[in-house]
Design a protein around this ligand. Structure first.
Ligand code: GPQ
Length: 823
């Protein structure tokens, strides 16, 4: 037996002491008492008791980091999809069992109390959740780091289904307060917008003065990010917009009370709501203002902290501060830092530019053209007149110096690399700005990083061969295994060190057990228990009865055509049809589980949701198929629901068109928890197959080269429709009223889209996908083979620990080291 090491400290705290603290907070912080308290009050009392440790940690960490003068990371992201914090904080502090016991002695189940916490859904999907995993890892690795974002009043909408259609409802995560955040009015900033730029000559020197048309206050809210082990606690600083307190007094005093008020409503609009578009560029003025608002506030905050520690001399600014741009959403920070250095700090352009480039690095998360942000030049000029000048200056120097030197006289290349896209309307390409203003650019999985170089930015790669690197994404094993799958965690801890959540490589210690009958039985017993729990969840959420003995086949992610939820649907319909044709059709019972939100304005995505719901309704109520197939679409998919579902999943659907999914991270969470991937050679699926072994994943479909070849040859979806009898039958099925009795044609748009355009090549992959599902079915029926493959997935996934991703960033991009906070 290996030695049992643990990172999480066993706190010198008994359950009795913790109980006393919770009760004290119930009475003094919540103003209630045991006999009367609601679950919600208990939840808040528990949070207050936990916070006694958390906020100590914040101060301890801040002091340590202020004293050492190490380079710090600032992770700028418009999204942080945090989910709930309580269970994670308890786990990371090593207080979970103490809290569980304390609550038990008060007659409470910890699970019930945890359920009271709303999700912090300040993000759309993968990009936002990645930011959340990354700040967990930075805290765990003791890296001096701050996450910067927006304190949205409403996070991602709550999804309901009305007669099978998605309906969006506002998210109210802060309706009853948020115990984890602290407002820091002493660190507020004033942000300028609109107005004009004046050119001033003074003592032979030309300078620019921006006279803003209005100003907004940015108020920071700090959310502690507890590292594993509890020693290091970083913060996530989220900015809320408020009317500038100086702005409206005149109007107010001259009797314009209502005008003053509407002014403030407008200012507060900036942090009102998260844009629910995932991977599409909304191009709206308010969105640009959101981007600038939080970028400018964050830069001002970094400046203030630098000066407090180092004085007015900014010579070491770039050496001590790294800023990571999470996609191009905060790219406006590049000209903002230039503005601060040149206009406010009086640096010469070249020196300011060198500092800016040393500060920024940029992560690209997609190749989809509709997601590559462009802003109308006119709009930027109106909202940020000085920034527009600076962007044009950056561009002109870049084109006339760097591009001209490399490709003299080549206007085609200049046109391509220019930050300004010429056309009916001039547009500012935020991707080009980000590449030009950063020292390093990374993609998020190996294949994606290769394609960023090859297809998206080939000339930039030729110009700066070392600028483009890969950092494969990761997920935090604390939330995505230890906290969400306690049964599996307990089982593996019988065999490996208990510090595996910190050193995930230790999971390889399970490999020798993959063939061990007893371990296989225990592993699959855990899966079964998790499924039994989730059966109840499905019943509560959808009213559908499913069996824990069926295969739980799971596709959870945003609804996007490129992710191909409709490919999954076509296969389900094909299976259904086979069973109708032959009631003895041989298959292991399957439950197909979907979770997905569609952007409110994304029509076809919403039609796909509707189609899945209608097909589900029909199949679930069709006695003829004898419960062989069930289909459930769980409403309001979110982090806390993922935490319940992932431990219960058997099959992980990762079926994007090759070349379209930059990485994926749900694929990692599901495989780590012992689900078998059915997937295309796309994003991180490729690396998962490499790590887990190609026998332990089921790969199907076209690869990137095949996709390119088919596109070049000319893709005609109707050919596939006509030549596959089963495919034709299921597509035609969508047209009548079989799934929408009495209302023919309601699903016809989905068919039309596939047969007439099929932009993500669903039809050519259909056959291969069906065959892959046959393999899944056969493998599942071989209980030993399945258990072995599932164990090998869990045992092989260490690479996808977000700690490893962060170590890569720290070493290769940020050049920072961890600094452990001392008690
Ligand atoms: N991603 Cl550009 C998003 O979730 N939202 C976005 O706006 C963009 C990308 C995802 C991407 O689709 C996934 O493949 C990645 O795993 C994820 O970002 C994190 O890198």
């Amino acid at each position: 037996m290996p030695s049992k090491k643990s990172v999480a400290p066993t706190p010198a705290l008994t359950a009795e002491q913790f109980k006393t603290s919770v009760v004290k907070h119930l009475r003094t912080t919540l103003g209630t008492y045991e006999e009367k308290a609601s679950k919600q009050a208990w939840n808040k009392a528990l949070a207050a008791a936990i916070n006694e440790f958390v906020f100590e940690g914040v101060s301890r960490t801040r002091k340590t980091h202020a004293n050492v003068g190490a380079r710090a990371v600032h992770y700028l992201s418009l999204e942080f999809l945090m989910g709930r914090l309580m269970s994670n904080n308890l786990q990371n502090l090593g207080l979970y069992s103490v809290a569980e016991e304390a609550l038990k002695s008060l007659g409470l189940e910890i699970a019930d109390v945890l359920e009271e916490e709303p999700d912090m859904a300040l993000g759309n999907g993968g990009l936002g959740r990645l930011a959340a995993c990354f700040i967990d890892s930075m805290a765990t690795l003791s890296i001096p780091a701050v996450g910067y974002g927006i304190h949205y009043e409403h996070g991602l909408f709550r999804q309901e289904f009305h007669k099978g259609r998605q309906v969006e409802r506002p998210d109210q995560w802060r309706e009853f307060g948020n115990p984890w955040e602290i407002c820091r009015p002493e660190s507020a900033q004033v942000i300028k917008l609109y107005g004009y730029v004046e050119t001033v000559y003074e003592q032979g020197k030309l300078s620019k003065v921006w006279h803003p048309g209005r100003t907004i206050r940015a108020i920071p809210w700090d959310i502690p990010v507890v590292g594993y082990g509890g020693q290091n606690v970083n913060v996530l600083r989220l900015w809320e917009s408020r009317a500038d307190k100086f702005f409206d007094w005149d109007v107010f005093n001259s009797g314009g009370y209502v005008d003053a008020y509407s002014e403030s409503v407008e200012a507060e609009t900036i942090s009102k709501v998260l844009y629910p578009n995932d991977e599409t560029d909304a191009g709206k003025e308010l969105r640009l203002i959101q981007q600038y608002f939080f970028s400018a506030a964050s830069i001002a905050d970094v400046m203030r902290r630098y000066k407090a520690a180092n004085g007015e001399d900014l010579a070491n600014f770039a050496k001590l501060n790294a800023m990571q741009l999470n996609d191009t959403h905060p790219a406006i920070a590049i000209p903002e830092l230039m503005r601060v250095l040149v206009d406010e700090e009086n640096f010469a352009w070249d020196e300011a530019w060198a500092m800016t480039r040393e500060t920024f690095s940029y992560t690209n998360h997609t190749l989809l053209p509709e997601a590559l942000e462009k802003w109308s030049l006119k709009l930027i000029e109106k909202v940020l007149p000085r920034h527009m000048e600076i962007i044009l200056e950056i561009n002109s120097r870049f084109l006339t110096q760097e591009v001209e030197t490399m490709w003299p006289g080549n206007n085609d290349i200049k046109r391509k690399l220019s930050i300004v896209e010429e056309g009916a309307e001039q547009m500012i390409r935020m991707g080009n700005l980000s590449v030009i203003g950063s020292h390093t650019v990374n993609g998020v999985a190996q294949i994606h990083s290769d394609l960023v170089k090859k297809d998206l930015f080939p000339e930039f790669d030729a110009l700066w061969p070392n600028k483009f690197v890969n950092v494969t994404n990761g997920i935090t094993p604390r939330r995505w295994m230890k906290a969400c799958n306690p049964r599996l965690s307990a089982l593996i801890e019988q065999h490996i060190d208990t510090d595996w959540p910190r050193y995930l490589e230790k999971l390889t210690g399970l490999k020798p057990l993959a063939d061990d009958q007893a371990f296989q039985d225990s592993f699959m017993a855990v899966k079964h228990e998790n499924k039994v729990d989730f059966v109840k969840e499905i019943k509560t959420l959808t009213g559908v009865d499913v069996s824990a003995d069926a295969i739980f086949d799971v596709q959870i992610k945003r609804l996007h055509e490129y992710k191909r939820q409709h490919l999954n649907l076509l296969h389900i319909m094909a299976l259904y049809r086979r069973v109708l044709i032959d009631p003895n059709y041989d298959m292991h019972p399957r439950v197909f589980i979907f979770g997905a939100k569609a952007a409110p304005g994304y029509k076809i995505a919403k039609e796909i949701i509707f189609a899945i719901n209608k097909v589900a309704e029909k199949i679930n109520n069709d006695r003829r198929i004898n419960d062989k197939i069930k289909v459930v679409f769980l409403p309001n998919y979110r982090v806390s629901l993922a935490e319940k579902l992932i431990p219960a999943a058997d099959v992980s659907e990762q079926i994007s068109l090759a070349g379209k999914e930059a990485s994926g991270t749900g694929n990692m969470k599901l495989a780590l928890n012992g689900a078998i991937t059915i997937g295309t050679m796309d994003g991180a699926n490729i690396e998962i197959a490499e790590e887990a072994g190609s026998d332990n994943v089921v790969i199907f479909g076209m690869e990137v080269d095949d996709v390119v070849a088919l596109k070049n040859k000319g893709y005609h979806p109707a050919d596939y429709y006509r030549s596959n009898e089963e495919l034709k039958a299921v597509l035609d099925w969508l047209e009548g009223d079989f799934f929408t009795p009495g209302e023919p044609g309601l699903l016809a748009e989905v068919k039309r889209n596939l047969v007439e355009s099929d932009p993500f090549m669903v039809l050519p992959d259909f056959e291969s996908y069906c065959e892959a599902h046959q393999k899944i079915d056969a493998l599942y029926r071989d209980k030993k083979a399945w258990a072995k493959a599932a164990i090998l997935n869990t045992a092989s996934l260490a690479k996808f620990n977000s700690d490893r991703s962060i170590q890569d960033y720290a070493q290769n991009i940020w050049h920072v080291k961890g600094v452990e906070a001392k008690s």
